[in-house]
Design a protein around this ligand. Structure first.
Ligand SMILES: O=C(O)C[C@@H](O)[C@H](O)C(=O)CO
Length: 272
């Protein structure tokens, strides 16, 4: 199996706290992005001390309480399934702080990390503050919830978005990449994809490839999988009958999302 495709686990860390994914600098090819998916039973608590990292806590499903020991946000989260297609609440916590997340009911949270030195205020990113964007035409239609876009200065490095791709459509398409630290033409950003499908037995295809094809992997991605994009183009294709959801985390040396389209496929954007 590809080293870029990670399957969900059910590691019970403490009672009621399951670590479904844990992507770190140590166990992955990524240097800027770390990522966890944590399931919390009602009343179960997960806590962490961040050190020189910032973290965006996304209430993927269910309701949670989040505290950084100074501020507490109670009963946040807006949906039982990501496929309700409404934005959710998130909390940004800066470096050198700690946080605790508690499940109000059963909940799934995404913890999105990147290196950070300059401390910023903890911030509740309300669902109602997510910018919603409809992108693309023809079979390239997708809807984006901007949780932490580069236009929002609340974070030092982190970029976080949710993307819905309808049945039979493509996203992250035409294929684009952001793996050269060469602004203003292109930024260097690593990326993770946390995928879900509706209905759950569905699958999508994701290809990750570089211009010289030293990296060229096409993966069959299933519900709950994570795909790592250390470099390269990274399009997603969704088969007929299924809807795709993914959560993207991006980070790199400069907090700007400036991508470069694969010149072979850029013509797709010119169609009416
Ligand atoms: O617009 C899309 O299809 C989503 C992608 O841009 C996705 O967020 C990504 O690939 C970011 O680089």
């Amino acid at each position: 199996m590809s080293q870029l495709l990670l399957k969900p686990n059910e590691n019970e860390k403490t009672q009621g706290v399951k670590i479904i994914h844990e992507v770190t600098k140590e166990n992955s090819p990524l240097k800027y992005v770390e990522f966890k998916i944590v399931d919390l039973a009602p009343g179960a608590k997960y806590s962490e001390t961040l050190g020189k990292k910032e973290c965006c806590i996304v209430a993927l499903t269910g309701k949670i309480n989040v505290t950084d020991k100074e501020q507490t946000f109670e009963n946040i989260g807006t949906r039982e399934s990501v496929f309700e297609k409404k934005p959710t609440d998130s909390v940004y916590v800066s470096n050198d702080r700690s946080f605790e997340v508690e499940g109000v009911g059963q909940a799934r949270v995404a913890l999105c990390y990147s290196p950070s030195e300059k401390q910023l205020p903890t911030k509740l990113i309300k669902a109602s503050e997510n910018g919603i964007e409809n992108r693309g035409t023809n079979n390239n239609k997708r809807m984006v919830h901007n949780i932490l876009p580069d236009s929002d200065p609340s974070a030092n490095s982190l970029l976080v978005v949710e993307v819905y791709t309808e049945t039979g459509n493509w996203s992250s398409y035409p294929p684009h990449k952001h793996d050269r630290d060469n602004l203003p033409e292109e930024s260097f950003l690593e990326e993770t994809y946390y995928h879900e499908m509706n209905p759950q037995q569905g699958f999508v295809f994701q290809r990750v490839y570089t211009d010289d094809r030293s990296l060229d992997e096409t993966m069959t991605v299933q519900n709950g999988d994570v795909v790592l994009v250390p470099e390269g183009y990274h399009p997603v294709g969704v088969p007929e009958g299924y809807t795709s959801y993914y959560l993207n985390v991006m980070a790199g040396p400069t907090r700007i999302w400036k991508f470069y389209n694969d010149p072979d496929h850029e013509w797709i954007l010119e169609r009416k």
